[in-house]
Design a protein around this ligand. Structure first.
Ligand code: B3K
Ligand code: ZN
Length: 849
């Protein structure tokens, strides 16, 4: 286990490495309880740091022997690993260590999942495998020999030799240790093939456990599409003869971009129509693309240190979003991303865990793989592209790849290429990387004598450690509509650089209706006093699909807040406007399904908190239920018609067209269920031949309180499929009546199939509870206690997943003093656990603030 003493590491303290690594040879003698790792590493003194002490990272390693230039010696073991005196010139370090992969429940380093050996080294897991300078700015060429009795033994790069009981691999591309990977086990492959733009043949494989072969075809196609797309759009070609993907059941996150050997959480790669929903398919396609795109943005150009994490993550998320937009529907993707950004990143940015896209310090880097680094990081790239334009963006990226290939780079390097290409000074833009918090953008307008003016004011609230924030450059895309809904002029990008700034349009015949922040051109909270009529007008007429959707969301949000705060009845203008959109056959069904979505419970809690009100989770739930019921009644005929019209009769395809139709039909089914008590949902359940239909029907039945039989049937049908059973776990919690949610989650933790060793199952049960606010925030605190109990149990086994799930408590300050007291008592109980991991202790300490 890691030591719990919280030592913060600061960006300002960066020092280049004392030594560089020319090449590294690793031999693994695999054994579940006693794997031997023999390393031979050629070190050269770093000319930039002559004379600096030689230190290697190492954690939980049993050192068997060590040699320097062939002579056995005894290094000094330290807190971080070891140190020893070394010659002032190149030398060879050799060592043998012993580790126990079967005992590794943290799923970091070399561990076992269902009898299969696998690794996870990002960020600092390689030091649990052998002594090494485990930092991303030390890049080297790896040669690996794996010895063992597994039928398949893989590592990075290209295979060079294999025989009875061994396999050898060589990766010609220098890489940091965090990109090292090894997999060994009883695996079968789904093969594929790709010819690169320069005509090189690449062998592709998706490796899975026997039995899962039938779930690889979609992932393989997604990989091929990603490889082609990166050539066509970014000019990036793949650089090895082989690209392997492996599916692993026990994995702390989604996937990992190890060079030439991506390792995936099986939930993020295995797909079949019978077992995966349309949403799963879209996500799998995006994650495969994301990991593949890292080959250039992450691997060929990596990060100097972990403070620069957004350099690879923000850019790669941005690239995978562009890919999904091209493969599917750009407006739908943008709306989905903004929903997720607000749900996760805005929530984080407005609470105790707020941190800059490039943090200045951390205790445990694994705690910084956050929505801010990833999603806000991607928004920053989007803003940069908007500010410089598509052509300059393309030039800057070409220069970035040319100038920094093979480098461990920084945000400064990244911004420099844009400055060099455009001549712009990006000093102010850099604040987006350095200042946490979501800017609030207030806007008012006036119109007189043909002149229309928009007055903006920006302010970024204080965040931990950052009281004052100067104004940032904000690209605001604005369009103007006439009273009849015509575009008056093309969308303009306003560049706001001051705290207060006004923008003018002249010679307008009449007062226009502005459409502000089109495409959500900046990650800000837009505050605008407007009325229902204008929102309904924009919902009907805006030509920008994002703002069309946004107008409907604002209408729904306003109506819900009035219901919660003033006891208002459901807003008729919302009901009318949403019905018009739902019926508009010129609109993409996927868009219509999104337009019928409502703000989440958490969105509403955040909105109430922003308005200075203490949210009552039950009142939020009740308002949403009342509105949903009123809407089902108001839209009865529409729902029936939409349901019938959007039944897919062709064979299942997970593409945008079919999944859009299913999304709309299933939204309609939700409304129908409120009126028919579940009869239609039961028919859909009984006739479903794909998971999207089956799961949507089961959710409706559970919400209607009629799901008992279907739930049992679902379990009986899928009990041997771990990924589907994860859905079975989470569905019951998510669709439970709030009064029951804690009891449901608790009884599921007693189910024979519950195991906390599998992060997917743990998240499906306790993560699902944390994502059901009315249930989780029960007034008696039972939800908090249940979650804390399990976090305390999980921490000694898996600190990373424990720490991540602590963020369920990050919103505690929003709530009433009783709830605040109950939550802080649980946080204190966690902090008091002897030997609490560094990961969890940092998270809880920050959350408490
Ligand atoms: N780079 C990995 C995440 C590693 C997380 C380490 N705790 C996956 C990705 O972003 O592609
Ligand atoms: Zn990534």
């Amino acid at each position: 286990m890691k030591d719990a003493s919280p030592r913060a590491i600061h960006l300002a303290d960066y020092n280049p490495p004392s030594h560089l690594v020319e090449e590294v040879h690793l031999t693994f003698r695999l054994d579940p309880e006693a794997t031997r790792v023999i390393s031979r590493i050629r070190f050269v003194p770093n000319p930039a740091t002559t004379g600096a002490a030689f230190e290697l990272h190492g954690e939980g390693l049993k050192l068997i022997w060590a040699k320097l230039d062939g002579a056995e010696m005894s290094p000094t073991l330290t807190d971080m690993g070891l140190t020893c005196a070394v010659p002032d010139q190149p030398f060879t370090w050799e060592a043998e260590v012993e580790i126990a992969p079967a005992q590794n429940t943290a799923l970091e380093g070399l561990y076992m999942s269902n009898g299969m050996y696998c690794t996870q080294c990002e960020a600092e897991g390689f030091r649990k495998i052998t002594y090494y300078p485990d930092r991303p700015d030390v890049m080297s060429i790896f040669t690996v020999r794996v010895e063992g009795d597994a039928p398949i033994m893989l590592s990075n790069g290209n295979p060079t030799a294999s025989g009875e009981g061994f396999a050898e691999w060589h990766d010609p591309w220098p890489k940091p240790a965090y990109l090292f990977a090894l997999v060994a086990g009883d695996l079968v492959n789904h093969p594929g093939q790709f010819t690169t733009m320069s005509g090189r043949e690449v062998e592709l494989n998706i490796w899975v456990r026997p039995g899962d072969e039938g779930k690889c075809a979609f992932g393989m196609q997604a990989l091929i599409d990603s490889m082609r797309w990166d050539e066509q759009v970014y000019g990036r070609e793949y650089d090895l003869d082989l690209f392997n993907i492996v599916a692993v059941d026990d994995f702390n996150m989604g996937a990992m971009e190890n060079k030439g050997l991506n390792i995936f959480n099986s939930s993020c790669v295995l797909a079949s129509p019978e077992t995966s929903t349309d949403t799963n398919f879209e996500r799998i396609e995006a994650i495969i693309a994301h990991e593949y795109f890292h080959n250039w943005t992450g691997n060929r150009i990596t990060c100097r240190d972990w403070f620069q994490l957004c350099l690879k993550e923000g850019l790669t998320v941005f690239r995978d979003a562009e890919f999904t937009s091209d493969m599917r529907s750009a407006p739908v993707k943008r709306i989905e991303d903004v929903i997720a950004l607000r749900a996760r990143q805005f929530r984080e940015d407005n609470g105790p865990l707020a941190h800059p896209v490039r943090p200045a310090s951390f205790v445990e880097i694994n705690n910084f793989y956050t929505a801010t680094i990833y999603e806000k990081g991607a928004e920053l790239i989007g803003m940069l592209k908007t500010l410089v334009g598509d052509t300059a963006y393309a030039k800057a990226l070409a220069l970035y790849f040319e100038r920094h290939d093979g480098d461990a780079a920084t945000i400064e390097d990244w911004l420099q290429v844009f400055e060099d290409v455009t001549g712009r000074d990006l000093t102010q833009f850099k604040r987006w990387y350095e200042d946490a918090g979501t800017p609030r953008l207030k806007v008012t307008e006036d119109y007189a004598d043909g002149r229309f003016t928009l007055h903006f004011e920006q302010e970024t609230p204080r965040t931990p450690g950052q009281p004052d924030k100067p104004p940032r450059v904000i690209p605001i895309k604005v369009g103007l509509l006439s009273a009849t809904g015509d575009e008056i002029e093309p969308t303009r990008v306003l560049e706001m650089t001051e705290t207060r700034q006004s923008f003018v349009w002249d010679d307008l015949a009449a007062k226009p209706v502005p459409s502000i922040l089109r495409g959500f051109s900046a990650p800000v909270i837009l505050e605008r006093d407007t009325d229902d009529a204008e929102r309904a007008f924009l919902m009907a007429h805006d030509t920008d699909p994002f703002n069309k959707w946004e107008a409907g969301r604002a209408l729904a949000l306003g109506g819900l807040l009035a219901m919660i705060l003033e006891g208002a009845t459901p807003d008729q203008s919302y009901l009318d406007a949403v019905q018009t959109v739902a019926r508009d056959e010129a609109l993409d069904p996927a868009f219509r399904a999104l337009a019928l979505g409502l703000p989440s419970q958490d969105d509403l809690a955040q909105a109430l908190h922003d308005r200075g009100t203490t949210p009552d989770p039950q009142a939020i739930w009740d308002a949403l239920e009342t509105l949903r019921q009123a809407r089902a009644q108001a839209m009865q005929d529409t729902a029936t018609r939409l349901y019938a019209q959007h039944q897919v009769t062709e064979p299942y395809r997970p593409d945008a067209t079919q999944s859009g139709a299913r999304a709309l039909a299933n939204t309609a089914l939700g409304m129908i269920t409120r009126l028919d008590g579940g009869a239609q949902a039961q028919r859909q359940y009984d006739g479903a031949d794909n998971m999207t239909q089956q799961l949507a029907a089961l959710s409706c039945l559970l919400q209607a309180g009629k799901g008992e039989a279907a739930q049992a049937a679902f379990y009986a049908q899928w009990q041997s499929d771990r990924l589907v059973i994860d859905k079975w776990f989470s569905l019951q919690v998510i669709n439970a009546d709030p009064v029951q949610a804690v009891a449901v989650a608790k009884s599921l933790t007693q189910h024979a199939d519950f195991t906390m060793k599998n992060p997917n199952r743990f998240r499906a049960t306790l993560g699902a509870l944390a994502m059901s606010p009315a249930g989780f925030h029960r007034a008696d605190g039972a939800g908090y206690t249940l979650l804390a109990d399990w976090l305390i149990k999980l921490d000694p086994l898996n600190p990373q997943t424990t720490a991540r799930m602590c963020s369920a408590f990050e919103t505690w300050r929003r709530y009433d003093t009783t709830r605040q007291g109950l939550i802080t008592a649980e946080l204190d109980r966690i902090l008091a656990v002897p030997g609490l991991s560094r990961d969890t202790s940092e998270m809880v300490t920050r959350i408490k603030g």
